[in-house]
Design a protein around this ligand. Sequence first.
Ligand code: AMP
Ligand code: ZN
Length: 457
Amino acid sequence: MIRLHDTLAREKREFIPQDPKRITMYVCGPTVYGRAHIGNARPYVVFDTLARLIRREFGEDSLVYARNITDVDDKIIASAAAEGVDPSVITARYEDHFLDDMRALGVRDPDIAPHATREIAEMVAMIGRLIELGHAYAAEGHVLFSVPSDPDYGALSKRDRDAMVAGARVEVAPYKRDPADFVLWKPSTEGMIGWDSPWSRGRPGWHIECSAMIRAHLGKTIDIHGGGLDLIFPHHENEIAQSRCAHGGAPLARYWVHNGFVDMGTEKMSKSLGNIITPGELLAQGHKGETLRLALLSAHYRQPLAWSERLLEDAETILRKATDALRFEETFPAVQPETRFISLLKDDLNTPGALDYIRVKTRKVRALASAQSFGSPFSAYRISGAELLSAFEMLGIDRQSILGTLDEDQEITDLIQLRDAAKASRDFATADRIRDELKADGIVLEDGPGGTTWRRG
Ligand code: AMP
Ligand code: ZN
């Protein structure tokens, strides 16, 4: 049984999908006008990990995961104007960067990646429906959602009205009936990107995008809706209101899951504060994607995560020790992760617990790499090693990245050490096997008074 913390219920709830053969999950994707920073990457790594867990529990084909691309937005329009190019040049460039960064972090592509600019008709239809039902009104080429028309507005963020108006930093525009009303459609000026609509040649507001794309691709009510904490208000509150009001009261999502911020000690990592580090920069410094991923998973997803050199070093150590413990065999069988490891993830994605498991398991595997067990194909070493690898795989770190990273000289020295240990415990069969295996690879061992040396024969 998977348990998830639901922001709306404010507690952990057992995850029971509407249809276990078609579980639906939507995560708000990036606005593609600049490079994503490592904080932006956190939700995508977290929800990728959740997707892996759901697929393991309910079946590989059980999940439909959608992550949108916001490719029309005022910041995109501003960047395009600054560079003197079409907005599509900006969005194509940064979407490519985003996808490269995600892949480097081991984030699988979602099943569906809807783009706002390709779904305008859906948005116009939903806005039309909201107007018909009295939940929205057109004024001066704009369409606004009428917050007072929705008595349930505010349930997700539990804010009172004044805090909502202040928090949304909404302009008090003359065409608004209520200061809390928010934009569904806005007019574009001459030459600016825009689409025809019954109200003006214009473009959609950000919130309606997600509501319309969810409806089009996943349905009226989805199982899981995710994103960073900062999206709870106003973005998700507004998505809920639009969708519920357009769909006769059907709730938009059954579980609302939000990740905490990556911060730089005290301040949230954010573009506007100028304190960002991008995955691209970290990779260029020589950090591996697996290290970044593990670092992002080292705190519980709801907790803040302070980004630091130390955090990266700790993640690197976990990976290096696992590589080191697993170097005595070339291949390991495919096995299921241990139940107690899976149970940690099923408890609201307890990734810090999962990392503790990996640390302890690594020590055990290292201890089993003793001369006695070495060599037997079904040894405790191989089984434990395989379990360790499958635990990494559940976290999205593939076995090849853990096996195959030691340099060859190091491996030879390690094998010689292991052979010395075998000889010391009078396990000459193992000692001979190591020597023969090395010989088959063209490495000749020479035992002398000062110990064993090696050369390429
Ligand atoms: P944006 O492209 O700004 O819409 O952000 C993409 C995702 O990153 C959203 O789910 C945000 O909530 C999330 N996010 C933004 N900044 C941070 C941060 N410092 N730490 C964690 N998540 C963040
Ligand atoms: Zn959204």
